[in-house]
Ligand binder design. Structure first.
Ligand code: ADP
Length: 746
């Protein structure tokens, strides 16, 4: 056992050691975070140079042990309250290899499986479990991260990103800076005019001069001042307009970049974020970045320019006075630096609580029907109150800090002005300076305090922007778990579907499907049957490649579905799912959703085949009736027929049917069954039917039980077999009888 003491470094001890051990290679292994007596640690079990090395970092010390894996077997992933661990047999006795809290469940579960493979099948641990580590700094990354947030989101990284975003708009930013330069030059001349006004006219000895001449001169100077001011305002209007235009373009670009990324994510990627979180990133953070580029960035250049030029002029008049002005600057900078870490983390905290409050609000609005039905308004108000109170607490802390820091900085900057007033006052008393000089110097000093006061607010604006850049690019940099391969195919499919030894689990821990083998020929209809939660919908999700299999393959026309582009695959697969989501819009737009170029005739034909035409024609505005959130509400049966019309319009080769469980009246059910018959003609169909009678026409039925296919055959064959399927049919008949009897009683 080796003990290594921590030396000051940006990396944690364990990260540093992993970097030493693995060099440029990706480390193979897994992480954990608890000791056997449940102390929090940073732990890793790595496979390096054909050896297993266990690293445990605790209290600034790193323990390193070699693990003799050959003396171990039967690795098992176990869970207990709030934690999980890997247990195995070591020299015939139970031995705990490592433990972690629940966040590491999937990592540990996958590791136990991988270790069993290493021992049983004598497989190398290489490639079984490669960790994602930043090549540059050695930090351990999320598996989906393409870039290290530490390296790419440090100060340099953020500035690089900001530069990248603002690059196309640099000419506008530069033009605005140039215009500001012009206005600054005009403004720098005005104190000279004021000095001349005071010394040569206002304070002049009028008796010795021609009064008319003096008044005329004064009028010209005042007019000059007014024209200069007007010019500054006009240039200002033009500048603000071009910057606002550029700002809007940046927001559009960033929003669509982030939104496109979100759209390209798989379902499991998206489910790692809440709707509120993604909405905050897409709307608020992109706006903040744009504000920075078009507002704060030009101001930064401008204020610096003003500062430097006024300092130049002041230096020319009096180096001593310049010193008074700049003396407090280092003090303010040190103050901001001292609290930087705290304010930085506070901004991230504020972002999280805001996003949490958004999520709560979003959930409540989405589930408003449930809230109303159960009368839980009070409970929801409390939930939202709690969320906004949390945001208020963090925001208050933030505000207090800046409310103190900003005036303190402003006051510190202002100290110089008192000294200057005293200094200049004395000079006037001594007779070495005129009143005109005093007016001019006061104007310059006022000029210089503008940038300084602005600078005292700058850290806050920068902090806010840095947080937003991090949040937006965290999404943009994420690697989608489901991505097209480099040579992804785009070809028309015939519709043969095969599952070969398919295993799947959502969390790497609990198998949902195991060793699934089935074949569906083109044009054939198969039915998937099983109890609720058996994995039927999961099987359909896998055909649509909403998730990738953990092992085995799914083939379409003999080709792995991962070889097709996602667009090619999904455009040829149609789905009628249990929940038909209708977007806010007309019936027309909802049917045409997946085929917006369809003509009106095609849409009406699809609606007729889906038995939807007659009910649509009875709606107030027919096909133009507005449905969705703020529109007309359709019944379950009507929604289903809209979904069928949608699928008919797409004309897919493969059809996925996950029939709704809602009980429908006999007439509607017949309409839907007829519509489905029209839909499945000449298409490969995989259907889940909750009313088993509807699957009688299926060529073959597969019964899923205990995560795998337990029975298969035609309806008659399975009934004759008297197994799970016939049990399900009997149970459904019983239910039917009971509900009929209770209907009769009523
Ligand atoms: P069925 O369609 O047969 O009713 P599902 O395929 O919907 O069953 O679900 C199978 C199992 O997978 C269930 O235990 C369910 O809780 C789980 N499951 C379904 N969807 C997810 C998901 N997105 N994440 C994690 N577990 C899931």
């Amino acid at each position: 056992m080796k003990l290594i003491k921590n030396k000051k470094s940006n990396l944690s001890l364990i990260e540093k050691r992993i970097k030493e051990l693995c060099g440029e290679n990706k480390p193979n292994g897994f992480f954990f975070n608890l000791t056997q007596d449940n102390h929090i640690v940073k732990g890793a079990l790595l496979f390096v140079n054909e050896k297993f090395i266990k690293l445990t970092e605790k209290d600034n010390d790193l323990e390193e042990d070699e693990v003799d894996i050959t003396s171990m077997k039967d690795f098992e992933f176990c869970t207990a309250v709030g934690l999980s661990y890997i247990r195995c047999l070591k020299n015939g006795e139970l031995y705990e290899l490592c433990r972690a809290d629940m966040r590491y469940n999937s990592e540990l579960s996958a590791a136990a499986k991988a270790l069993n493979k290493v021992v049983r099948e004598k497989k190398s641990f290489d490639n079984l479990s490669q960790k994602n580590v930043c090549k540059k700094c050695g930090k351990i990354l999320k598996d989906s991260a393409t870039k290290c947030p530490h390296c790419s989101m440090g100060k340099k990284g953020v500035l690089k990103r900001l530069y990248m975003i603002s690059k196309p708009h640099l000419p506008i930013v530069l033009l605005s800076v140039f215009l500001f330069f012009v206005t600054t030059a005009i403004q720098l001349i005005t104190p000279q005019i004021q000095k001349s006004m005071v010394d040569n006219y206002i304070n002049a000895d009028v008796s010795s001069q021609n009064i008319v001449h003096v008044t005329k001169g004064l009028f010209i100077l005042v007019l000059g001042l007014a024209i200069a001011n007007l010019l500054v305002r006009i240039i200002g209007i033009f500048r603000n307009n071009i910057l606002a235009k550029a700002g809007n373009k940046i927001v559009i670009k960033l929003c669509s970049m982030t939104f496109e990324k979100v759209q390209s994510m798989s379902l499991s990627d998206i489910s790692k974020h809440t709707a509120g979180d993604l909405m905050s990133r897409i709307s608020n953070d992109t706006a903040q970045i744009s504000r920075f580029i078009t507002n704060i960035l030009p101001s930064l250049v401008e204020q610096s320019l003003t500062f430097v030029s006024v300092i130049g002029v002041l230096l020319f008049y009096s180096p001593k006075m310049t010193l008074f002005v700049v003396a407090p600057i280092p003090f303010v900078l040190l103050l901001h630096r001292a609290i930087h870490r705290y304010t930085h983390s506070l901004y991230h905290k504020q972002w999280f609580v805001n996003s949490e409050a958004n999520t709560v609000l979003h959930d409540i609005f989405k589930g408003i029907r449930v809230v109303k039905v159960f009368g839980t308004e009070k409970q929801e108000i409390e939930k939202y109150d709690k969320a906004i109170k949390n945001t208020a607490i963090v925001s208050e802390k933030n505000e207090i800090i800046w409310n103190v820091l900003t005036p303190v900085s402003t006051f510190a900057f202002g100290i110089g002005s008192y000294i200057i007033t005293y200094f200049v006052g004395n000079k006037i008393l001594e007779g070495t300076m005129s009143f005109g000089d005093m007016t001019m110097i006061s104007s310059y000093v006022a000029f210089i305090y503008g940038p300084l006061r602005w600078a005292s607010r700058l850290p806050r604006m920068i902090m806010r922007t840095f947080t937003s850049v991090t949040k937006v690019f965290e999404v943009i940099d994420e690697t989608p778990q489901i991505a097209d391969s480099e040579n992804a195919m785009n070809k028309e499919i015939k519709g043969k579907i095969e599952f070969k030894n398919v295993d799947f689990s959502y969390d790497n821990m609990n198998d949902v499907l195991k060793d699934i083998n089935l074949t569906v020929s083109p044009g054939e209809m198969v039915g998937i049957v099983g109890k609720s939660g058996a994995g039927k919908s999961t099987l359909l999700n896998l055909v649509m490649r909403l998730y990738d299999v953990n092992s085995g393959t799914i083939l379409i026309d003999g080709q792995d579905i991962r070889d097709y582009s996602q667009e090619c695959l999904r455009s040829q697969i149609g789905a009628v799912l249990q929940e038909t989501f209708l977007f806010s819009g007309t019936i027309f737009a909802n049917i045409a959703y997946a085929n917006p170029s369809a003509s009106r005739e095609e849409i009406i034909k699809a609606a007729k085949l889906a038995n939807a035409h007659s009910f649509i024609m009875k709606l107030p505005d027919g096909y133009n009736t507005f449905i969705g959130e703020s529109g007309y509400t359709l019944s379950g049966g009507e929604r289903q027929r809209i979904a069928i019309a949608r699928a008919i319009l797409v004309n897919p080769k493969i059809l996925i049917l996950d029939e709704a469980t809602a009980s429908l009246d006999t007439e509607t059910e017949k309409l839907i069954q007829d519509a489905l018959k029209n839909l499945i003609k000449n298409r490969t169909t995989i259907a889940i039917a909750h009313r088993l009678s509807t699957l009688r026409n299926a060529t073959k039925l597969y019964v899923i039980d205990k995560n795998t296919i337990a029975e298969s055959g035609t309806h008659e064959q399975l009934i004759q077999k008297g197994g799970i399927y016939s049990g399900l049919i009997n149970a459904q008949r019983e239910m039917h009888k009971i509900s009929k009897e209770s209907d009769n009683h009523e």
